[in-house]
Design a protein around this ligand. Sequence first.
Ligand code: ZN
Length: 330
Amino acid sequence: MNPNDKPYDFVLFPDGSPERRSGDGHYRFDAERLSGVLKLDLVAHRPVQVASGFLDVLRMKGQDVVVAREVTVRGSVRVIPGSSLKGAVRSLVEALSPSCVRVTGWRSRSAAPRRLNPCSRVDALCPACRLFGMSGRGRENYAGQVGCEDAVMVDGKIVLVRVPLLWAPARGRRGLPARYLEGREAKGRKFYFHGKPARGPDARIAAGTGSVFRARFHFANLTDGEMGLLLVALGQHPEYPFLLKIGAAKPVGLGSVEVRVRRITFLGDLRRSGRAGGGEVLESPELREKMRQWMEAAASENLLNREALEEVWSILRQETLTRTAPEGPY
Ligand SMILES: [Zn+2]
C-alpha cells in the first residue's frame, strides 16, 4: 500500500487540557437534567460486520497478526455489539470535546500528549469520562451517564464480503511509526475515511448495504450541552453531518453507518411535563428543534471544539463514501 493513499487521517489534539469536573452520578434522577432513552436507527451505507454472540479470535503474537472471524450460528439474532457502538461514539466524543485520551485508534496511548492523560478521579472527570465512564485506581470508578445495548438488525441481508487481510499495526516497544508522530508525541486521533470496499481474500460475514439496526442509548442526568455533544458525535449536527464507522475492517471500506434519531423518551421529567414518572416522548419535528438547541448548548457550555468538528466532518462526511480504498496488503 502506498503510504500516500492512507485510508485515514488525524483529528488534531487540542492545545489545552481536558475540562474536568465532578460526575453527576446516577443514584438519583435530577429533575433539572436529562434522563431517558434515545432510540436510533442505524442504516448501513457500506456492509457492517456483525456478531451473533461468538467471536473466534486467533492471535499470532510473534507476527503481530490478529485475525477475528465470526462463527456462524444458524437462526441467531444479528447485532452490532453495544461495546462496538459505544467505542465508536466515545472516540468521537473524545475528539470533539476537551476530553482525555482513552480511545486512540492504535491501541497504544504511550505517545499521546501528557496533558491529555486519562482521568483518574471521580471528582475530576472530562466530558467523555462523564458520559462513558472511567476506571481509575481503588474506588475511583465511574459507570458513565450514557450506555447502549446491542443494536439489533431489523432489516436487510447478510452477505459475504471479501476484503484484504488486515495486519495489525506494529506496537509494543517500538511504539508508533514516525509518520504518526510530531516529535515524540502523536499528532492526534486517527479516524478512517469511508470508501468503496477494497477486495481481497479475507471472507467476512456482514450486514449488507441498506441494512437497518435498532439501537437504544440510555442517558442519565445530562446537561443540555452534554446531550448536544452526544448528538453531534452521532453525526447529527446540521452543518456538519457525518456517518459513523463501526465494527471491524474499517480500513478497507466496511462499517459506514448513518444514525437516524427516531425518538427520545424522558424518565419522569418534572420540568417538562409537570408529573413524575411521565415518560414524555419527543419526536420530530419537535425533536429536531430540541436537538438543535442541545447542540447549541454544547457550544455555549464549551463542550464542542469547532475545529475538531470540521476535521471529523472532512473525514467522515457522506461524500467520502466514494473514495477508493487502497488495494493490496495492509
Ligand atoms: Zn477523561
